[in-house]
Design a protein around this ligand. Structure first.
Ligand SMILES: Cc1cc2nc3c(=O)[nH]c(=O)nc-3n(C[C@H](O)[C@H](O)[C@H](O)COP(=O)(O)O)c2cc1C
Length: 125
């Protein structure tokens, strides 16, 4: 059986420091992962072993071919308050948000793992 394609959107919260562990787990379960980090996630990814998973940042150029295969599923881990609200509003001003909005619009299976300390999680949005 061929592996399935999983986009992993990683946002700027401390759980991003475990991205390498997540990659190991998804590979063991038959997925080909592609990391799509927000800018705020990059410091947490910097010193990690990302197990040669492709890290996709920024939009492709207008005539550049697609860089990655279509997703069979998408995971947002961790998902910040900021990204959750932007996604819910349909904001697509970054590549990770465009990816999430497209996943919702195409009804691609998506798992979102919110991660916020008490003060942020208490925000009414
Ligand atoms: C040390 C540190 C910890 C943070 N922890 C969280 C968190 O747990 N949840 C959260 O929603 N934002 C957290 N933030 C704030 C986000 O990084 C910030 O809102 C950022 O703009 C999110 O951008 P993104 O949604 O594009 O990743 C943290 C920021 C820092 C510097």
């Amino acid at each position: 059986m061929t592996n399935r394609t999983l986009y992993i959107v990683v946002c700027g919260a401390p759980l991003a420091a475990r991205a390498g562990d997540g990659l190991k787990a998804v590979r063991a379960n038959g997925w080909d992962p592609y990391i799509i980090p927000t800018d705020a996630a990059l410091p947490w990814l910097a010193d990690q072993d990302l197990r040669d998973a492709p890290v996709i940042t920024g939009n492709r150029k207008p005539r550049e071919p697609k860089r990655i295969p279509p997703a069979d599923a998408v995971a947002v881990v961790p998902m910040t308050l900021n990204t959750l609200n932007a996604w819910a509003n349909g904001s697509a001003h970054t590549y990770p948000l465009t990816t999430l909005c497209a996943a919702l619009g195409s009804r691609t299976r998506t798992v979102a793992v919110p991660f916020a300390k008490h003060d942020l999680a208490g925000h009414p949005a």
